[in-house]
Design a protein around this ligand. Structure first.
Ligand SMILES: NC(=O)c1ccc[n+]([C@@H]2O[C@H](COP(=O)([O-])OP(=O)(O)OC[C@H]3O[C@@H](n4cnc5c(N)ncnc54)[C@H](OP(=O)(O)O)[C@@H]3O)[C@@H](O)[C@H]2O)c1
Length: 310
């Protein structure tokens, strides 16, 4: 019998990290460790992980030192799925992982396929970490996941996840016929448990996705799930480009959102056909690698989400 790999998940109390932790625990194929920052060690989510057999080690990505190297010793794989503010700090974590003898590093990507220079404010920082991992010769797998089903907006404006959430989702860009890949966040961990146990994915980029839908199809799914007509607005390409230019000048959250909007709904970066192209990283298609995994559909998600008075 081959020995189980030992895997640490950083961000196991967060949304992506919790899905990864579930997938790994349920697969029963790994010794699962959660890297928790000291300030969070008494959180109920941490107790819950412990009760499911997860070992806890204290790691703060923003304060990497020799104790971090010690915490990473004996691990085969590091999975990073932490906060957006910790992307650049991963450089020190990558160094610590290399020193500790880690075999494979999965950095904090979990986004959508794109080329560099489009999502300049946020995702290009993720690219810098990918380049660094390659440069120092640490084994890796880069993973993107499409847009989460769970990003669908609530019907009630007071429950928006961020200001302008509903308005953004009900906009039709040009004709509204550009496709985007979507994935249910709960399926991410199921795929990750297979990906990290697969020699074919070492030093490769893998794209996890559930289905591809256009804005018009999403509105249709939302209308059927909610049983009401959804008012849409149409935005011209000229308007989006103008907004992008001013958002880039403003920086911050405005730039992040405008760059996503442009990449998703105008350029159409986020589809498997693009992900596979060399300039996007030459992705392996997770659905081709593991055809037995049946991802949840956006329609199923919409019916359960809007059925719970959202
Ligand atoms: N594809 C999509 O649609 C989509 C949507 C949203 C996000 N994402 C991406 O998914 C990734 C993860 O985001 P998320 O929203 O899932 O995360 P999240 O729910 O915000 O969770 C963040 C996690 O990071 C941990 N953390 C924060 N700072 C840390 C530190 N200094 N050291 C160690 N752990 C730390 C937090 O732990 P505590 O318990 O200590 O707070 C928490 O577990 C990001 O790359 C993000 O861009 C993708």
């Amino acid at each position: 019998m081959t020995q189980k790999q030992t895997v640490i998940i950083l961000g196991a109390t967060g949304k992506t990290g919790a899905s990864v932790a579930n997938g790994l625990i349920e697969s029963q194929k790994f010794n699962v460790v959660a890297g928790i920052r000291p300030a969070s060690k008494n959180k109920p989510e941490v107790e819950n992980l412990k009760s499911r057999g997860v070992e806890i080690r204290l790691v703060d990505i923003s304060a990497v030192d020799d104790s971090t190297v010690d915490a990473l010793r004996g691990l085969d794989i590091v999975i990073s799925a932490t906060d957006y503010s910790t992307i650049s700090a991963q450089k020190q974590l990558v160094d610590a992982a290399k020193k500790a003898g880690v075999k494979r590093f999965i950095p904090n990507d979990w986004a959508t396929p794109c080329v560099r220079g489009v999502r300049q404010y946020y995702d290009d920082q993720k690219g810098v970490i990918q380049d660094y991992i390659r440069e120092i010769g640490l084994g890796y797998t880069f993973i993107d996941v499409g847009i989460w089903h769970q990003m669908l907006p609530p019907a009630d404006k007071s429950k928006e996840f961020y200001p302008g959430h509903i308005e953004g989702f009900t906009k039709l860009y040009d004709e509204g016929n550009v496709k985007n890949a979507f994935t249910d966040i709960r399926d991410i961990g199921t795929f990750v448990a297979r990906i990290i146990d697969d020699p074919r994915t070492l030093n490769r980029y893998v794209f996890i996705w559930g289905e591809e839908v256009t804005k018009r199809q999403i509105i249709d799914i939302m209308e059927k799930a909610r049983g009401t007509k959804i008012e849409t607005t149409t935005v011209s390409l000229a308007e989006i480009e103008k907004k992008l230019t001013s958002a880039r000048a403003a920086g911050g959250a405005a730039q992040i959102m405008a760059e996503y909007e442009y990449s998703f709904w105008v350029r159409g970066d986020n589809v498997i056909e693009n992900a596979k192209k060399p300039e996007y990283g030459g992705a392996l298609d997770a659905r081709e690698l593991y055809p037995d995994i049946k991802p949840r559909t956006l329609t199923e998600y919409a019916h359960s989400f809007y059925g719970k008075s959202n």
